[in-house]
Design a protein. Structure first.
Length: 365
């Protein structure tokens, strides 16, 4: 029987007991064996111990019963002892009296598939780690007020979507999708895992800010330095949105702040704007000494908020917002920044610019 000696896949034929009759050159090149050393040996001898158990208890009974077994995930032992991951299919040939006569096995390399499986496993681990962080964040906020209770309810709902995507695409990959589909599925998993991690970060920051105690330990700090550091903290989401950041050329000022809290608050507003503004929008940062104190402004002329959305953002995480919008859409970044300003005895206002854009005005006493 001609096994197409130089075909792209590996092929062998065996007797029903596994004794090897013929081997093609592709199989020999993959495993490093020569035909003389294999002829007469059993196919199962080329499998590691676990593979031999699978051969005897699962593969062979299924083949004898159904005549065909498709895409078995196996490891072959190379001549140097290394394992070669393959997908194997088998077909049973019978003689004129319907007795098992010969088994034809064909193999394709599964190295790329194993690579995708490892990436899938890593993605699942990231999702599990995110879930663990979520549980910690939930536990830290149990003593919060009614607004926090609504936040937790919304957060639980929000996490189900990316986790469901990861698990759903993971099951499709485990079922053996085509390589092109595997890339798409992995991209979707990575995107969902990234969104999940963003939500974990925001949730952890929310609980941290609302758990901050007063009075704060205030330090005199350059506003220019503060905004540069906040921009670096929000850099990933600003870049994803293609948002350009510029600073108004004005003399630097100093403010009495708790540096980490204030950086977190400003960065949260930047992420909020990046998530709502059209791609490529410009964010202008400015500051000045006003009658009520130091004023810091974040302005995006390209972002025109409809009145109903502006109203929701003026009451972030309100009951109606959480019922009708996603957690991110309800203004989580605004809620964080508002709390930061209240801890500093300051205020945060959302305004419309002359051209119909959006401006956040932070005022420190």
């Amino acid at each position: 029987m001609d096994l197409d000696g130089d075909s792209p896949g590996g092929r062998i034929s065996t007797r029903p007991d596994g004794s090897i009759l013929q081997v093609n050159r592709t199989f020999l090149s993959w495993t490093g064996h020569d035909e003389a050393s294999l002829t007469g040996h059993r196919f199962q001898d080329l499998l590691p111990p676990a593979g031999r158990v699978f051969h005897d208890l699962r593969y062979l009974p299924a083949l004898l019963l159904g005549g065909v077994v498709e895409e078995m995930d196996l490891d072959l032992l190379r001549v140097d002892g290394q394992r070669l991951p393959v997908l194997a299919s088998a077909r049973l040939l019978r003689d004129a009296e319907s007795q098992p006569e010969r088994i034809l096995l064909s193999f394709t390399l599964a190295t790329e598939r194993r690579h995708y499986e490892r990436e899938l496993l890593q993605a699942r681990h990231r999702a599990e780690a995110a879930e663990a962080e979520l549980r910690q964040a939930l536990g830290a906020a149990q003593a919060a007020d009614a607004a926090k209770g609504r936040f937790l309810s919304a957060m639980q709902h929000e996490f189900r979507t990316p986790i469901g995507l990861i698990m759903g695409y993971g099951e499709l990959l485990a079922m053996g999708a085509a390589p092109a589909q595997q890339r798409d599925y992995l991209a979707a998993i990575q995107d969902a895992a990234g969104r999940l991690l963003h939500l974990v970060d925001d949730a952890a920051l929310y609980t941290e800010v609302f758990a901050a105690s007063t009075p704060l330990r205030l330090t005199s700090m350059s506003v220019g330095l503060l905004t540069r550091q906040a921009t670096q903290m929000a850099a990933v989401r600003l870049a994803d949105a293609g948002m350009r950041v510029s600073t108004t050329e004005v003399p630097d000022l100093s403010a009495q702040v708790e540096p980490k809290l204030m950086r977190d608050g400003i960065a949260s507003l930047m992420r909020e704007l990046a998530g709502r503004a059209p791609a490529g929008a410009r964010l202008e940062i400015g500051w000045a000494a006003g009658k009520a104190g130091l004023e810091l402004t974040l302005r995006c002329d390209a972002l025109a908020l409809p009145p109903e959305i502006a109203a929701r953002l003026k009451e972030p995480l309100g009951m109606e917002n959480l019922h009708r919008r996603s957690l991110e859409g309800a203004g989580l970044g605004v809620a964080i920044a508002t709390q930061v300003m209240q801890l500093h005895q300051g205020s945060l206002r959302l305004e419309s610019t002359t051209g119909g854009g959006t401006l956040f005005r932070l005022t420190l006493p």
